[in-house]
Design a protein around this ligand. Structure first.
Ligand code: ZN
Length: 202
């Protein structure tokens, strides 16, 4: 299948050379645009994708009740779920992830639901658009910071394990994990409903 209706190469973002973890909203309107965007970066079948309502906002602030009816178990934080997946992807599935894409989108129902002051009619009003974008920037950058902290923590743990383990059961694996957690970067984007993407830079 070819996608020809978006041209979203962001000039200041070099094409990732390794694998990517993509965080998106669950929004059904932008599935094909998201695939098209990734394909344009030559990333077809080179990324794992996690979808949470509200992308960074949802991951940072939402949690789910226990699935079992009548269960008094604790709620599951989406942040725990996200970071557990990242951990599994790199440590267990041995993904070579160096870039994490945080893909926000305009007219996000989850933002309207979960953000205290986010309520805009989708349109061309410049002031509203600027505010909408600002909310996405705040959430996406805050989450990018959390990813960086998590990556640093994992790196320190991997280095500790490597140092401790002269007789580690698998020294190659200990070394691989140190390399794997080094140099993790996040990139933030905002997609509109036509699938056009803006690279959000600080
Ligand atoms: Zn959304």
């Amino acid at each position: 299948m070819t996608f020809q209706y978006t041209h979203n190469l962001v000039s200041d973002l070099p094409t990732p050379r390794k694998q990517v973890l993509l965080l998106t909203c669950m929004d059904l309107r932008l599935l094909d645009n998201t695939v098209a965007f990734m394909n344009e970066y030559n990333l077809a079948n080179r990324y794992d994708q996690l979808a949470f309502a509200g992308a960074s906002l949802g991951v940072m602030h939402c949690s789910s009740p226990p699935y079992e009816e009548g269960s008094k178990g604790r709620r599951s934080s989406w942040k725990d779920v996200f970071f557990h997946h990242l951990d599994v992807a790199i440590n267990d599935l041995q993904r070579n992830i160096k870039d994490i894409f945080i893909m926000e989108h305009r007219d996000c129902g989850a933002y309207e639901q979960f953000h205290p002051t986010h309520n805009f009619a989708y349109g061309d009003d410049q002031a509203e658009q600027a505010l909408e974008e600002m909310h996405h920037r705040e959430q996406a950058f805050a989450f990018a910071d959390e990813i960086a902290e998590f990556g640093q923590r994992q790196l320190r743990e991997a280095e500790k394990a490597l140092k401790k383990g002269k007789d580690h059961h698998d020294p190659w694996e200990a070394e691989r994990r140190v390399r794997a957690w080094r140099g993790l970067r996040s990139h933030c984007f905002l997609m509109d409903l036509r699938g056009e993407v803006k690279h959000l830079c600080r």
